[in-house]
Ligand binder design. Structure first.
Ligand code: FAD
Length: 387
């Protein structure tokens, strides 16, 4: 590694939060508000969000509103240029489309987010509450007695920091937790996705349907959604079942064109300029999610199949809970606080598994196709297959 270790410059923090997505930003916010000296570290973003890359995971469900309101963050959501989400259209279990509107939801509409803006606004709120921020990669974590040693790398320089607790909010990478606990994956679900942001030259149409469209197909399922920067389209399947054609822009669109309903949403759009991107999308669980001096939150602790549309909400909830838990640990009630945190995550995981099993059981049209057969036969409990 072509790096050098610089003298530690950052002083000593009570807490270092690794990862500045929704979970990490909210954990840092809660800790800063309790008066803790906290450092939020993210390898990609800066707090303004200006250089952030496109992040998948865009629909904020209505149920997130009370939590964001309680945290004083709801005005950020309404002030930014996120789009209202007006519900879901789904062809799941039948070729017909059924409509589930958000109109009757007591929490009002959800939002289709500009994720870079949303995540940046959460980080800004944490900084305004007193958290410090560093753009760097957390490369190592060691426990030395009662101290946590963190190594950060930025532009070829490695810096050492000391703190009392470290929060792993690095998302599915689970940079710290994966070295300290077992990771269990639910299946081999992956997503291939593309952002359509250019209309065909001759096209005069507009694209104003703000409902998410979900469509099951023999090899998995598709979804598409309008977001502030264009239209996102994604195909979910298992790693070993993914057709090679999905790897090129034209192959991806040709595949999408075989759907019954989704294809109509893509009309008028030019093919994506680059090859579709891929990301892991399977359920994932870290066990245990915490130990002496460290704790995982958000996707690092518990990641969901995107069919749930609950990932951001769960990251916000578990991030806030992680912040409160670390504060309690710093006050000395470590065993009780970590036991309660683990039970809180267990409750969320159990509810997720119940919903996951229920929704996949609704689709019975292709019982012999591998994708659906695996889900019909599986107990759906993440915990059986080491990641
Ligand atoms: C295909 C797909 C579609 C989805 N759609 C939705 C949806 O519609 N609605 C929804 O609610 N959820 C959705 N999700 C899930 C949602 O995106 C995640 O649950 C959510 O982003 C988790 O937030 P987080 O803060 O835990 O992690 P992340 O958002 O992944 O943030 C982690 C941060 O840590 C940083 N990081 C990682 N490693 C390091 C390191 N070593 N050092 C420093 N920084 C590091 C990363 O750069 C990142 O900024 C979807 C997921 C997938 C895969």
């Amino acid at each position: 590694m072509n790096t050098r270790t610089a003298p530690s410059t950052g002083g000593r923090f009570e807490v270092v939060v690794a990862g500045g997505g929704p979970a990490g930003a909210v954990a840092a916010l809660v800790l800063a508000r309790t008066g803790r000296r906290v450092l939020l570290v993210d390898d990609h973003a800066d707090p303004s969000g200006t250089t952030a890359r496109f992040t998948i995971g865009e629909t904020l469900p209505p149920a997130a509103r009370p939590l964001l309101y309680d945290l004083g963050l709801w005005p950020h959501v309404t002030a930014d240029r996120h789009l209202r989400s007006t519900g879901i259209l789904a062809s799941w279990g039948s070729p017909e489309l059924y409509d589930r509107s958000d109109v009757l939801d007591p929490n009002g509409h959800g939002r289709h987010l500009d994720r870079a803006r949303f995540d940046a606004s959460l980080r800004s709120a944490a900084l305004a509450a007193g958290a410090e921020f560093r753009r760097a990669t957390v490369v190592r974590h060691h426990t030395r007695g009662s101290e946590q040693q963190i190594l950060l790398r930025r532009e070829g320089t490695v810096e050492e920091l000391l703190c009392d607790w470290v929060v792993d909010a690095t998302g599915r990478r689970c940079n710290i937790g994966r070295r300290r606990a077992a990771r269990h994956r639910q299946d081999r679900l992956v997503a291939a996705y593309a952002l359509l942001d250019r209309r065909m030259p001759h096209d005069r149409g507009t694209d104003e349907d703000l409902r998410t469209l979900v469509e099951a197909v023999p090899g998995g399922w598709w979804y598409t959604v309008r977001i502030p920067t264009g239209r996102l389209v994604a195909h979910l399947t298992d790693t070993d079942l993914a057709p090679p054609a999905l790897r090129t822009p034209t192959g991806f669109l040709a595949h999408a064109a075989r759907t019954l309903h989704l294809r109509t949403r893509l009309e008028g759009y030019a093919p994506p300029p680059a090859a579709p991107r891929w990301t892991a999308a399977h359920g994932l669980r870290l066990s245990p999610p915490a130990g002496a001096g460290w704790l995982a939150t958000g996707d690092a602790a518990l990641a969901f199949d995107p069919l749930s549309s609950q990932g951001i909400l769960t990251a916000l909830h578990t991030g806030a809970h992680a912040g409160r838990t670390v504060d309690l640990c710093l006050r000395g009630t470590v065993t009780e606080a970590l036991t309660e945190y683990t039970a809180f995550l267990d409750g969320i995981a159990d509810a997720y598994l119940g919903h996951h099993a229920y929704y996949y059981a609704q689709e019975r049209r292709w019982p012999t196709h591998h994708f659906w057969k695996r889900r019909a036969n599986s107990s759906t409990a993440p915990g059986q297959r080491p990641a």
